[in-house]
Write a protein that binds this ligand. Structure first.
Ligand SMILES: *Cc1c(COP(=O)(O)O)cnc(C)c1O
Length: 360
C-alpha cells in the first residue's frame, strides 16, 4: 500500500496514525462487537467519547470555562447565516472584514439577516496583505466583528486579532484552527468546518462565549440556535457521531505530539521551507507580504504560466496530489495542514527544484 503526499485544501489529509487506529477499531469498537457508527449517540459509551473529545479540544486550546464548545453539522457555510441570526438583532449593525473568497461568502449571507457593514477590505491592496487594525472603522452599537483568520483560497492570513473595544470578535478559523496557539478569550466566537485541520467533513466546531447565547432572533430555526445546542450538549438531534469520534482521535494525536505549541513549530518550519523555495529564484512566485502569508495554504504560480499544467501533471506522477489551485484563481496551492508530514513538504520542495532545473 502506498499513501501518497496529499496537499488537498479540504477535505484534507488526516494523520496516518489516526486512520490506522480507526481501522483497527472499525469492526469491534471497545470490545462491544459493533462499530462506533452503529451505536446510539445517547449510549453512555458514545457520550464518553464525545465528552473526551471536547475535554481534549479544551485542553489543546486552553478554552476558558465560560465558553461552550458545540459539535454541529452544516459546515462553516451554515455558520454564515447562523451567526447573524444568533448574535445580532435584524436592525443591528454587524461589521465584517473582507479578505477574500470565504469572508465574502460570509458577507453575502450575513447581509440577509443584519445591517451589515464591510469595515475594511484587502481589495485595495490586491489581497496581498490584510487590513491593519487602524483601518477598521467601527461605530458604537455593533453586534460583532467578523473576519476569516485564514483565507483558504488566497492564502492570506491575519497575523493579529482585530480588536475594537469590547465588540465580540467572531472568527472563521476553518483552515487554521489548531495550527498555532491562540488566546480564545480574545474572541466572542470561533468556528471551523472540521474537514481541513480537524477531521472528516460533516462536523462543524463552534466555540462560543456564554453571554452570547441569549441573543438569537425569534425567527431562528431551532437547529440553527446555539443555545439549543449548548443546552443539549450538541445532542439536540443525532450528531455526526463518526466525525466527532474521529476528530477526537485527532485531538489525542495532537496531545501525544506535545499539543499546539509543538505542532506550531513544525507548521512554521514546513511553511518556511516552501516559501523559501518559492522565493528562491523568481521561477515560482507568491505575492503576499510575508507577515500575511498563510502557514496552511500556500498558493503559488510559475512565472511562465504555460508550465503550470505540466507541473501539476508531473507532480501527480510523482505521488504529489491535489496541488491544483482553486478554480477561481488557478495556479498551484499546497495545503500543508497539521496532518501533512514535514517529509511531504520536503518531497514537494525537491520536486519543485528538479522541475525548475528542467524548465528554468
Ligand atoms: C472551507 C471553508 C469554509 C466552508 O466550509 P464548509 O464546511 O464547506 O461549509 C468556510 N470558511 C473557510 C475559511 C474555509 O476554508
Amino acid at each position: 500500500m502506498i499513501r501518497k503526499h496529499n496537499f488537498s485544501a479540504g477535505p484534507a489529509a488526516i494523520p496516518r496514525e489516526v486512520l490506522e487506529r480507526a481501522q483497527a477499531e472499525m469492526l469491534d469498537w471497545n470490545k462491544m462487537g459493533l462499530s462506533i457508527m452503529e451505536m446510539s449517540h445517547r449510549s453512555k459509551e458514545f457520550i464518553a467519547v464525545a465528552q473526551k473529545s471536547e475535554a481534549d479540544l479544551r485542553l489543546l486550546l486552553s478554552i476558558p470555562n465560560n465558553y461552550k464548545v458545540l459539535f454541529l453539522q452544516g459546515g462553516a457555510t451554515s455558520q454564515f447565516g447562523m451567526i447573524p441570526l444568533n448574535l445580532a438583532r435584524a436592525d443591528q449593525v454587524t461589521a465584517y472584514i473582507e479578505t477574500g473568497m470565504w469572508s465574502t461568502k460570509a458577507i453575502v449571507e450575513g447581509r440577509r439577516y443584519s445591517q451589515l457593514e464591510v469595515v475594511a477590505s484587502a481589495a485595495e491592496k490586491g489581497y496581498r496583505s490584510v487590513p491593519t487594525q487602524s483601518e477598521l472603522n467601527l461605530g458604537d452599537d455593533v453586534a460583532y466583528l467578523h473576519y476569516a483568520s485564514n483565507e483558504t483560497v488566497g492564502g492570506l492570513s491575519f497575523d493579529y486579532v482585530p480588536q475594537i473595544g469590547d465588540v465580540p470578535v467572531v472568527a472563521d478559523m476553518s483552515s487554521d484552527i489548531l495550527s498555532k496557539e491562540i488566546d480564545v478569550s480574545s474572541f466572542g466566537m470561533i468556528y471551523a468546518g472540521a474537514q481541513k485541520n480537524i477531521g472528516p467533513a460533516g462536523l462543524t466546531v463552534v466555540i462560543i462565549r456564554d453571554d452570547l447565547l441569549d441573543r438569537a432572533q425569534a425567527m431562528t430555526p431551532k437547529m440553527y440556535n446555539y443555545k439549543v445546542h449548548a443546552a443539549a450538549g450538541s445532542m439536540s438531534n443525532t450528531p455526526p457521531t463518526f466525525a466527532w469520534y474521529l476528530s477526537g482521535l485527532v485531538f489525542e494525536w495532537l496531545l501525544e505530539r506535545g499539543g499546539i505549541a509543538a505542532i506550531e513549530q513544525i507548521n512554521r518550519r514546513k511553511a518556511q521551507k516552501l516559501y523559501q523555495e518559492i522565493d528562491a529564484t523568481g521561477f515560482y512566485k507568491n505575492q503576499i507580504v510575508s507577515n500575511n502569508r498563510s502557514m496552511m495554504n500556500v498558493p503559488f504560480n510559475i512565472h511562465d504560466a504555460s508550465l503550470e499544467s505540466v507541473f501539476l501533471e508531473q507532480a501527480a506522477k510523482a505521488d504529489l496530489l491535489n496541488l491544483k489551485g482553486h478554480k477561481a484563481v488557478g495556479g498551484m496551492r499546497a495545503s500543508i495542514y497539521n496532518a501533512v508530514a514535514e517529509e511531504s513538504v520536503d518531497v514537494l520542495v525537491d520536486f519543485m527544484q528538479n522541475f525548475e532545473r528542467q524548465h528554468g
